[in-house]
Structures are given as structure tokens and as C-alpha cells.
Design a binder for this molecule. Structure first.
Ligand SMILES: Nc1ncnc2c1ncn2[C@@H]1O[C@H](COP(=O)(O)OP(=O)(O)OP(=O)(O)O)[C@@H](O)[C@H]1O
Ligand SMILES: [Mg+2]
Length: 243
């Protein structure tokens, strides 16, 4: 479980997010929604401390399974809390090596073990069947949707507890979007997902919990049904109206 206690953060002197306290439940899908510029990406970047690498700061506490994340090395933190970005990132290697180099970096050397985990993670991300005969081909040749599923597979191969996904489907067509939604639905329980999406219908389809943000503040944290049927804030009501 991830507990966020009175987080404020920003860049330089400017505070972007103000006094956020909430809980991300384990084994569920939490969707973060809200208008462009409200701070969704900044919030995700705070959760794995990328914000500080970009010259930002945060105040307050982020507690992962009872432990303040400030006590973890960045490397350990990013293994436990992985991130998938809006623009799918395929490294300029073969499909196989996109995963195997991460595994080797984490000390897994045995070829059979690397092959087994690679296959398992590509299967989990629903990519394996499409590319099983092309594992040695360049990952750059994959389609956008395939690259995004490769990025998910790569994140899963270090066995994270939580995966943060920042608008993972915004550049994808319906078929690839559904493949990713089905992947998350199938894997929740084993993993905790936090997905930023502009697509309210997507949040309604897959999320268990909704975080609604507006101008750097969290206005609602609630179960999905309640959010869509009885939003408690005016900005949320307005957005749901246009679904
Ligand atoms: N590196 C940065 N330096 C300074 N300000 C930043 C930086 N990154 C984001 N901001 C500011 O923080 C605010 C929130 O941006 P953020 O990208 O988190 O919004 P968002 O909700 O993810 O928007 P979108 O839906 O368009 O992706 C914006 O005003 C933005 O200009
Ligand atoms: Mg964003």
C-alpha cells in the first residue's frame, strides 16, 4: 500500500501540487483524471522521485508498505515503483534484449532464467503471441501499440509492486488500447496500477478508485461507481457531463 501524507511539490519556487493526502490501495487500479495542466504527471513523478531529478522538490511523506520512500535508494525505489510513459520507449536493441539487459543489470545471468522471465513478461503484457518468432528483431520496428506493451513487459520483468502509467494509451488505436486495458485488468491483484488518463470512459471501464485533480489539488478520491454516479465537486460534474 502506498500512503501519501500532505504532499506539496513543485519546481523552483513554484508549488504545483498542494497538500495531497490519500491512499493507493494494493492490487487495484487507481485512475487519475483531471484537465490538462492540473498536475497529474507531476504527481506521478513525485511518487518515484523523478521530480527531484528534474529540478523539482516535494514536501510531506510518501510511505510504501510502512517505509518512507526517502529511506530507499532511487534504484530500489524504481524497481518497486515502475513507470510507463505516454510515448512508448523501445530501446535500440532486439525485442528480447529490451528485457534481458534489464534483467542482467539486476544480476540475473543464467540464460534459461532470462529466457523464462522474458517470455513470461511478454505474455503478461499480451505481446508474446504476436512477436514470438521475431524476438531477435529490432524493437524499433514494432508498432506504437506493440512498443507500449513492450514497455509494460520491461517494467514487469523486475517484479515491481506498483506500476505508474502516464496516459499509456493516448497515442494508440482502439485495438491496442483494449489490449492494454485487458492486460491491466488481468494483472491487477498481483500488481497495483496507477494510471493517468484523459479518457474518462477508460477510467470508468477499468479503475477501482478515481483520483480527480483540479488546479494542483485533489478534489475527490473515491470508488469508481460513486465518482461517476455522484461526483461531489462541480469541476468533476462538468467533466462527466461531457463524456
Ligand atoms: N519541469 C517543470 N518545470 C516547471 N514547471 C513544470 C514542469 N513540469 C510541469 N510543470 C508545470 O506543472 C503544472 C502541471 O503540469 P503536469 O504536466 O503535471 O500536468 P498534467 O495534468 O499532467 O497535464 P497533461 O494532462 O497536459 O499531461 C503545469 O503548470 C506545468 O507547466
Ligand atoms: Mg501529463
Amino acid at each position: 500500500m502506498l500512503t501519501i501524507e500532505q504532499i506539496s511539490c513543485g519546481f523552483g519556487r513554484q508549488e504545483i501540487l498542494h497538500d495531497i493526502s490519500l491512499t493507493i490501495p494494493e492490487g487495484k487500479i487507481t485512475a487519475i483524471v483531471g484537465q490538462s495542466g492540473c498536475g497529474k504527471t507531476t504527481f506521478l513523478k513525485t511518487l518515484n522521485r523523478m521530480i527531484e531529478e528534474e529540478g523539482g522538490f516535494y514536501k510531506g511523506k510518501i510511505i510504501l508498505d510502512g517505509e518512507d520512500i526517502k529511506g530507499l535508494s532511487t534504484e530500489v525505489l524504481r524497481t518497486r515503483i515502475g513507470m510507463v510513459f505516454q510515448q512508448p520507449i523501445a530501446f535500440p536493441y532486439s525485442i528480447e534484449k529490451n528485457l534481458s539487459y534489464v534483467l542482467k543489470y539486476h544480476g540475473i545471468r543464467e540464460a534459461g532464467e532470462i529466457e523464462r522471465i522474458t517470455r513470461e513478461c511478454l505474455q503478461k503484457a499480451r505481446l508474446y503471441d504476436e512477436i514470438k518468432d521475431q524476438l531477435k528483431k529490432s524493437a524499433k520496428k514494432l508498432s506504437g501499440g506493440q512498443k507500449q506493451r513492450l514497455a509494460i513487459a520491461r517494467s514487469l520483468c523486475v517484479n515491481p509492486e506498483i506500476l505508474l502509467l502516464d496516459e499509456p494509451c493516448s497515442a494508440l488505436d482502439m485495438k491496442n488500447t483494449i489490449a492494454i486495458e485487458e492486460t491491466l485488468l488481468e494483472l491487477k491483484g498481483k500488481y497495483t496500477f496507477v494510471i493517468v488518463t484523459h479518457n474518462l470512459a477508460q477510467a470508468k471501464r477499468i479503475a477501482d478508485q478515481i483520483i480527480f485533480m483540479d488546479q494542483g489539488r485533489v478534489l475527490e478520491v473515491t470508488d469508481t461507481k460513486t465518482f461517476f454516479e455522484h461526483p461531489s465537486s462541480e469541476p468533476a460534474r462538468e467533466q462527466i457531463q461531457y463524456m
